[in-house]
Design a binder for this molecule. Structure first.
Ligand code: 5AD
Ligand code: SF4
Length: 440
């Protein structure tokens, strides 16, 4: 017994790739392992266990992770007792190939297997473990993730996706849509508010498809808004098809729900949208944007766009450019189409060459840059409440925070302004990416 007390806790190094959902999942994994007696390692070189929480959304993401795995495999050679594991979407996506090509991996665990990690890692005599079963009931709703300190926290509201867009691997690697029970979410949010969090971002692959019994997404937003101490609520990412009138009304009338929406469009061409199986036409999307702006005049919009989907002709691409101009997004995340195994589009092919994809991507990046700059410059002279996050990256006593529209605002610090405070600022100058402000 006595000897056991001197065994230091096993240490774990966890790296996270990909989207906000993965960051939230890593906070869950950290909590699961912490409860099982693991401590965080200061460096990968010191860790007993190294885990990569991975992304499979595009080939590029997977290539980066494979490169990193190569480095870590060498580290493991030098330290044979170390265990190396792959978690998340890529573990789920490439399980067969990984077992064959990366035999030095000790553990492969998909997004629904995190509860079992201590068991998988903790066997007396260690056998390589693999668990990539998807579980349509798993929400981890009873487990409190280990949140990072800060004024904003990302809270998982739903997992998985049932939309099956033709290009997307998410439904295959994250499994069926399921919502976290409202009581679990509210307990989490109350705890965060008590710990000083002021802004909640509700997360889900198609977060506005949320439904738990009688509670739909609009009702969930109103419930979260009822939590004292929480001042701002956002959510990401909504799907255009699930933007119900009730949700728009709630965004318009509930003051804590902020006027910002990330509304992925993917393409401006009806032909491409149909091939992508997105479930709306460009006209329907634009009508939705018009309804949103009529209800929420100060709304900022961002989006995701894919160029070079199989079959995308020049006029399809021009339709995307046109839609970007018509909407005038505040910002956009833009991607070259990447063929993904298992998806419906996998068999279609990849008709647009790499060079042409690159050309189309550069064009819309430049276009968005100029639209963003123009929209931000139009705000010069306007005043906004900014939730203070902390020192700006540029240093020099400058503070940073977000406007209600989720734009980064920087402004001179003051001894009385601490993170978590909301200050009023006036925009003095603007770039495509941030607003330089004075205290108003
Ligand atoms: N190729 C390129 N981009 C993709 N996305 C999803 N799947 C692919 C793919 N196969 C983009 C979409 C989605 C964002 C998260 O990633 O734009 O909204
Ligand atoms: Fe992928 Fe479409 Fe689901 Fe978004 S809605 S995660 S793009 S399948």
């Amino acid at each position: 017994m006595a000897a056991q007390n001197h065994i230091p806790p096993r240490s774990v190094w966890l790296e996270t790739y990909g989207c906000q959902m993965n960051i939230a999942d890593s906070q869950l994994v950290t909590a699961v392992l912490r409860r099982a007696g693991y401590a965080a390692a200061a460096r990968p070189e010191d860790a007993d266990v190294i885990l990569l929480n991975t992304c499979a959304i595009r080939e590029h993401a997977e290539e980066r992770i494979i490169g990193r795995l190569g480095d870590l495999a060498r580290l493991k050679q030098a330290r044979p007792g170390m265990r190396l594991g792959l978690l998340g979407c890529m573990a789920q996506h490439n399980r067969a190939a990984l077992i064959e090509k990366a035999p030095w991996l000790d553990l492969i665990a998909g997004p629904d297997s995190y509860r079992r990690l201590p068991e998988m890692l903790g066997a007396e005599r260690f056998d390589p473990a693999i668990d990539v079963r998807l579980n349509r009931g798993e929400t981890y709703g009873d487990l409190a993730p280990e949140y990072e300190a800060g004024v904003r926290a990302y809270v998982t509201a739903m997992r998985g996706c049932d939309k099956f867009c033709a290009f997307c691997v998410v439904p295959y690697v994250r499994g069926r849509e399921r919502s976290v029970a409202p009581d679990d979410i509210l307990r989490e949010v109350r705890g965060l508010a008590a710990a000083g969090v002021r802004e909640i971002v509700l997360l889900g692959q198609t977060v506005n498809a949320y439904r738990a019994g009688e509670t739909g997404f609009a009702a969930l937003l109103r419930n979260v808004a009822g939590v004292a101490g929480i001042e701002r609520i956002r959510f990401t990412s909504p799907h255009p098809s699930d933007m119900t009138p009730e949700l728009i009304e709630t965004m318009a009338s509930e003051p804590k729900v902020q006027p910002y929406l990330h509304l992925p469009v993917q393409s401006g061409s009806d032909r491409v949208l149909a091939a992508m199986e997105r479930g709306y036409t460009a006209g329907e999307y634009l009508a939705l944007v018009a309804r949103l702006r009529a209800a929420i005049p100060e709304l900022a919009l961002s989006t995701d766009i894919i160029v070079g989907f199989h079959g995308e002709q020049d006029d399809d691409f021009r339709a995307t450019v046109e839609l970007m101009r018509t909407v005038g997004y505040d910002s956009a995340f833009t991607f070259k189409y990447s063929v993904r195994e298992h998806t419906r589009a996998f068999r279609l092919g990849d008709s647009v060459g790499e060079e042409e994809k690159g050309r189309r991507l550069s064009e819309i990046i430049a276009l968005q840059e100029s639209i963003s700059r123009e929209r931000n410059r139009a705000l010069i002279g306007r005043e906004f409440p900014v939730l203070v996050e902390g020192p700006a990256r540029r240093g020099g006593g400058i503070l940073a925070g977000k406007t209600p529209q989720f734009k980064t605002a920087v402004f001179p610090g003051h001894p009385e302004i601490a993170p978590g405070a909301t200050v009023r600022v006036r925009v003095e100058s603007a770039t495509a990416h941030s607003l330089s402000c004075a205290l108003a």
